[in-house]
Design a protein around this ligand. Sequence first.
Ligand SMILES: CC(C)(COP(=O)(O)OP(=O)(O)OC[C@H]1O[C@@H](n2cnc3c(N)ncnc32)[C@H](O)[C@@H]1OP(=O)(O)O)[C@@H](O)C(=O)NCCC(=O)NCCS
Length: 225
Amino acid sequence: MAIEVVDLTEADIPGAIQVIQQAFADDPYYKWVFDAPTFNKQRNYASLSARCHWGINNALFQVAKDTSSPNSPVLGVSCWLAPQPASQPESWYSWTQSWILSFSQLCNNVRYLGHGGLLTNRYWIWKQNQQEAQAQIWDDPRGYYFCNIAAVSPEVQGKGIGGLLFKTVLDKADREGIKCYLESSKDVPNVQIYERMGFEMRMEMECRDGDDACMLYCMVRDPKT
Ligand SMILES: CC(C)(COP(=O)(O)OP(=O)(O)OC[C@H]1O[C@@H](n2cnc3c(N)ncnc32)[C@H](O)[C@@H]1OP(=O)(O)O)[C@@H](O)C(=O)NCCC(=O)NCCS
């Protein structure tokens, strides 16, 4: 394999979504937030597609491609949000882009007659917990690079592709002296993988809906000099 990490383009979106859907098929958070019997893969595809289109202009959205194979298939995906300094209000551009993304998701709800199995009450439980966790953990006014998606095709995990995807953002964060933040929905093996990349555990966040709970592991990486 010859792996190249490049910015996501329109043409890469189908491959990127396939990787995300495969990598998260057994993910504890996804199992908690989606109702398996009513999960609609096409609705999920449409939602991820809207997010990818948004991410091309609004995030650090990258793909790892195998340039030694015909058509250079996408084998890994990462999406990071840039740091938002506490003193800086959201720009009009960013606000408008978020609004367009919300509108696309609303259109998807109409087109697919609902959320495709997403348990929206659980989504909002997670969002609330995330806000509280960040309020406790985030102490740097310059903001954090925030890992939104990290996924490698199951058949090539553990071969260094995730490391290459992370490296581009972690190197940038180190150059700029900015901290990085992620929430892992898997303890084993992800916490160990992220510790090897320099992240430290800051909080174990429980998202609970009645008897059904899901753990998320909030980790922070300080910039290396
Ligand atoms: C988490 C994930 C993105 C990591 O990508 P990957 O390509 O498998 O990771 P890499 O092979 O690049 O390994 C990165 C480091 O972790 C280590 N590592 C990899 N798998 C490991 C495992 N199972 N146990 C312990 N360490 C491991 C590697 O040795 C490497 O460390 P090194 O550079 O010091 O040698 C990928 O496994 C994945 O997509 N998992 C499923 C979806 C998911 O959980 N996404 C993350 C949500 S937060």
